[in-house]
Design a binder for this molecule. Structure first.
Ligand code: IMP
Ligand code: MG
Length: 173
């Protein structure tokens, strides 16, 4: 795979959509406080931009997870590499992720977080690749649906590179 990258969604388009989603989330949670859980590392760029567009009070925490075993395993078990700093009990929680692909990571993570007793729990993703889903996940907010291509930029990496691209790109085309 060479590292030629083409723009799939421009910086302006991403910014406009995040602004829209921030307004929608602010309306949906009006009168409440929202606790954002950013999934490291990919979710961080999106989380920061989204948080700036939310007009209700926001608190932030971070979690890092990695998949156990190989891609073909259907267990859906993920390892918590870094757990949350604070309890989510009784809070309105919104998990912020870069991409929902197979759904393996998020289906596990969401059920694990639900067991911790939040007042509400929802999921917001920058990108959704529904064609790849093997593990069902309820996605509450999506910026963009993307085709089954290898995406980089805006938090998404190829071998840890390109997370810092300000647009969403496709590699190797
Ligand atoms: P899952 O398959 O839904 O569990 O997604 C696991 C993780 O794979 C995501 O959180 C991303 O970090 C990564 N991933 C999935 N698709 C892509 C892609 O197209 N580019 C970069 N990373 C991806
Ligand atoms: Mg991720």
């Amino acid at each position: 795979m060479d590292d030629r990258i083409s723009v799939l969604i421009s910086e302006d388009e991403v910014d406009a959509r995040i602004r829209e989603l921030g307004e929608l989330i602010s309306e949906d949670y009006a009168g409440k406080e929202l606790h954002l859980i950013s999934v490291l590392k990919g979710g961080v760029f999106f989380t920061c931009e989204l948080a700036k567009r939310i007009s209700i009070p926001v608190t932030l925490d971070f979690m890092s997870v990695s998949s156990y075993g190989n891609e073909k395993s259907s267990s859906g078990v993920v390892k918590i590499v870094k757990d949350l700093d604070e309890s989510i009990e009784g809070k309105d929680v919104l998990v912020v992720e870069d991409i929902v692909d197979s759904g393996r990571t998020l289906s596990y993570l969401m059920s694990m977080l639900k067991d911790r007793g939040p007042a509400s729990l929802a999921l917001c993703t920058l990108l959704d690749k529904p064609s790849r889903r093997t593990h069902p996940v309820d996605v509450d907010y999506t910026c963009f649906e993307v085709p089954d291509k290898f995406i980089v930029g805006y938090g998404l990496d190829y071998a840890q590179k390109y997370r810092n691209l300000p647009y969403i790109g496709v590699i190797g085309e």
